[in-house]
Design a binder for this molecule. Structure first.
Ligand SMILES: [Zn+2]
Length: 160
């Protein structure tokens, strides 16, 4: 079984969008048409006016870093920037249940052993030095039951 996590993308996220203050174009309310910038948190953010499909202009925020038009910017490192510039990932609720399950199982597994991959059973002799037996038993149970549920779910999906 190849380890989940061994093939993680090189792209490293700093966090998820939910962890940062968001400035959404909707939160700004009605802006005077043609306004060129808004100020928030001591920083000016440019506005771009686009023409909607039914006519009429609607504003978008201009990311100060990449100058792309965005609906939302995030406060990363003390500056407003878009999700791409801030290297933010979408949060867990945007993942599928399977992805979520994998992430949890992988996390639980990593607390116990760095050997093998997700889906490999964890055995009592994997107990890390210094970890309390009761803690280990609890995590072991969690990791293994998550494992079982995951693979059962996966098996169902692929029709095995
Ligand atoms: Zn940007």
């Amino acid at each position: 079984m190849g380890g989940y996590g061994s093939g993680r993308p090189a792209y490293k996220s700093q966090g998820t969008v939910e962890q940062f203050t968001r400035l959404h174009i909707r939160d700004l309310g009605k802006l005077p048409t043609g306004a060129w910038a808004v100020e928030s948190g001591g920083q000016k953010v440019g506005l771009a006016w686009l023409t909607g499909t039914k006519g009429g202009a609607y504003p978008l925020l201009v990311c100060p870093r990449c100058e792309q038009n965005r609906r939302a910017l995030y406060r990363v490192g003390g500056w407003w920037q878009c999700r791409v510039c801030g290297r933010l990932a979408y949060a867990i609720q945007h993942e599928s249940d399977t992805d979520q399950g994998f992430r949890r199982a992988w996390k639980a597994r990593n607390r116990l052993t760095d050997k093998g991959g997700l889906g490999d059973w964890i055995w009592p002799w994997h107990k890390p030095k210094g970890m309390h037996r009761t803690t280990f038993d609890r995590l072991l149970e969690k990791a293994n039951s998550t494992n079982a549920a995951l693979w059962a779910g996966l098996a169902g999906k692929v029709g095995l």
